[in-house]
Design a protein around this ligand. Structure first.
Ligand SMILES: *Cc1c(COP(=O)(O)O)cnc(C)c1O
Length: 397
């Protein structure tokens, strides 16, 4: 069906690709072994270090984020190694299933899917592992199925407090360049990321940021690896090249996206995401609906998952919103199928795009006959327009 105007792609990834990035990719594909390529290779590898906030190693795979999950595990671990994983939601459980398929011994901390990782539980598990059989702790920074964010610095604190030598691996696929993240400062060993969320690119690139400790672990790691082997990458990368054909045009886009992020300023980008998330939660409460994440310290800046009123289908509501208003919202995943819808507010986004999105949700609730109060959109609008702040200033003046 042809619909006029722009489609609103408000799923929590893939996100809207800015025109500037689309234009940057619209160039002939170059010889990836020729002299011009090395400049691009160096630029994106260096640039990604600044986004991860690391002085360490970064590798880029032509793959979806799932590939970088696999790379993190197979490069550092051996068959039968124990890994501690925290099941905060759907993506955490997919990573766990992958670890099991690869022959790792997963110790699982179950979560309630309404909170981020609990560092105290991680610390207790690590303290109980006095003989250090756990080789890695794996956490998802922003659990995209629930809209709950883990405090990675506190998870690092849990490892330190337990004086445990396990590697710390963090999935930032839906948080990098949306929510504050510091690979070096937080002592992360392997960070996993993807192109199609906060980095504002189409799907197709994934990343590992790698600490020296993880590189050292890689020397003795016994899991089978070929395509994902860091060692194969690092030789050619040092000269700006890749061991196989890179996704050249996505790399043009990546160079542009990195420039944009620095022109905007990463701190401003994080603040914008937090502000849009706050406006969205105010809208949800204004509608009389419930935000899935119950812990304000874990609220995600990247997306908001909204619980449907009992007896109403989230998928039917999303269908009505798509057909009537040309907007895609995120669906509920696994345990949450049909129970939640997810509003993505990450990537290349501004106040008016958010208001269009929230108007689409409010109109969709109405059109689908979902019981709700009016005034959600107004609450978000008042917040974004700073009406409340101004009233407060007047009251204190
Ligand atoms: C999207 C996402 C993934 C999966 O990434 P793909 O690119 O689909 O392979 C994994 N983890 C998180 C947190 C995600 O948001």
């Amino acid at each position: 069906m042809v619909m006029s105007g722009r489609h609103f792609l408000q799923i929590p990834g893939p996100t809207n690709v800015p025109d500037r990035v689309l234009r940057a990719m619209d160039f002939p594909t170059m010889d990836h072994r020729g002299p011009a390529f090395a400049d691009l290779g160096h630029k994106v590898l260096m640039g990604m270090k600044s986004i991860f906030k690391t002085e360490g190693t970064v590798v880029i795979f032509p793959a979806s984020g799932t590939g970088a999950w696999e790379a993190a595990l197979v490069n550092t671990l051996s068959p039968g190694d124990r890994v501690l994983m925290y099941e905060a939601g759907h993506f955490a459980s997919l990573w766990r299933r992958m670890a099991e398929r690869l022959g790792l011994d997963v110790e699982l901390v179950e979560g309630d899917w309404r909170n981020g990782v609990d560092p105290e539980v991680v610390e207790a598990r690590l303290r109980a592992d006095g003989s250090h059989t756990i080789k890695a702790v794996c956490v998802v920074h922003n659990e995209t199925s629930t809209g709950c964010t883990a405090r990675v610095d506190d998870v690092r604190g849990a490892l330190d407090a337990a004086q445990h030598p396990a590697l710390l691996m963090v999935d930032t696929i839906s948080s990098l360049a949306s929510i504050d993240y510091r690979h070096d400062e937080w002592g992360v060993d392997v960070t996993v990321a993807g192109s199609q969320k906060g980095l504002m690119l189409p799907p197709g690139l994934s990343f590992n940021a790698i600490s020296d400790k993880a590189l050292a672990a890689a020397k003795g790691a016994g899991l089978q690896k070929a395509y994902w082997a860091w060692e194969e990458m690092r030789g050619p990368n040092a000269k700006g090249y890749f061991p196989y054909t890179p996704a050249t045009n996505l790399l043009y886009g990546l160079a542009e996206a990195i420039d944009m992020l620095h022109e905007l300023g990463l701190d401003q980008v994080f603040a914008r995401h937090a502000r849009h998330a706050e406006a969205t939660r105010r809208a949800v409460r204004g509608w009389g609906l419930e935000v899935l994440c119950t812990n304000p310290r874990h609220y995600s800046g990247a997306l908001t998952a909204v619980l449907m009123p009992e007896g109403h289908s989230a998928d039917a509501f999303r269908q009505v919103t798509l057909e009537n208003f040309n907007m895609s919202l995120g669906n509920g995943l696994s345990k949450l199928v049909d129970r939640v819808f997810r509003i993505g507010h990450l990537g290349d986004f501004n106040d008016l795009m958010l208001m269009g999105t929230l108007c689409g949700v409010e109109m969709g609730l109405q059109a689908a006959g979902v019981p709700h109060r009016h005034g959600g959109v107004q609450a978000a609008l008042d917040f974004l327009a700073g009406r409340e702040e101004r009233a407060q200033r007047r009251a204190t003046a």
